[in-house]
Write a protein that binds this ligand. Structure first.
Ligand SMILES: [Zn+2]
Length: 224
């Protein structure tokens, strides 16, 4: 299946520069495993970054230079790609067990779908939170089919990769392999598709805020 929603160029540049948190990188890598288009974009960002760094050293470590470098990389990435970038025939990964979680998520959630221990959070919503390794939050969410989530916007940056099932919102249809790389000012109301639960993995900028048991129950819904 070819993903239709991709990582934002700014996220790819940050990833190429090693500037994503481990949690954000795990979600980005989960998308990259299944997306030849984004792998090509990332490779381009890494190439451009290498060239620019070699031109600008040694000052590239200074914040202003680093910001300019990032702008240059973004500008070059937004130029048209060679036709090969869209070649869907490029293979993703060797076949693996149907029970295997995506490899980038295994350090956080284990190897097996069946072994996951889902926690009930709200009607139709289950969650697993990965043990904290940096300041960011990494969660698996399982949302029942045909469920409408509250309208919400995003407080910080967030990457959400759809693993199973699907949802629709104002931005379109998101199915397995799709990435929702959303700005903090986007307001949307996802509705999960009928049939099977929607399972996604999300990395959130910063820790979840807990204020009482109700907020604690609602937070994963608001965080999606
Ligand atoms: Zn992609």
């Amino acid at each position: 299946m070819t993903p239709r929603h991709h990582l934002d160029p700014a996220t790819l540049v940050s990833h190429a520069a090693g500037a994503l948190s481990p949690e954000m990188a795990a979600v980005a890598d989960t998308h990259l495993e299944g997306c030849a288009y984004c792998r090509q974009q990332l490779a381009a960002a890494e190439r451009v970054g290498g060239v620019l760094l070699s031109q600008q050293q040694p000052a590239a470590s200074e914040p202003q230079q680093a910001a300019r470098l990032r702008e240059d990389m973004l500008a070059r990435l937004q130029q048209p790609l060679p036709a090969a970038a869209n070649d869907p025939s490029e293979t993703t990964n060797a076949p693996r067990s149907l029970d295997a979680l995506p490899r980038p998520l295994q350090p956080y959630f284990g190897k097996s779908w069946k072994a996951l221990r889902w926690r009930w959070m709200a009607p139709g919503v289950h969650m697993i939170r990965a043990p904290r390794s940096s300041g960011d939050t990494l969660i698996l969410l399982r949302i029942a089919p045909g469920k409408s989530m509250p309208v919400h916007s995003h407080g910080g940056s967030e990457l959400t990769q759809i693993l199973k099932g699907a949802y629709d919102d104002e931005l379109g249809h998101f199915g397995p392999g799709d990435m929702a790389d959303l700005d903090s000012d986007i307001e949307h109301q996802p509705v999960t598709s009928p049939g099977v639960p929607c399972i996604c993995v999300a990395a959130l900028d910063g820790p979840l805020q807990f204020r009482g048991w109700l907020a604690r129950k609602l937070q994963p819904m608001v965080g999606l």
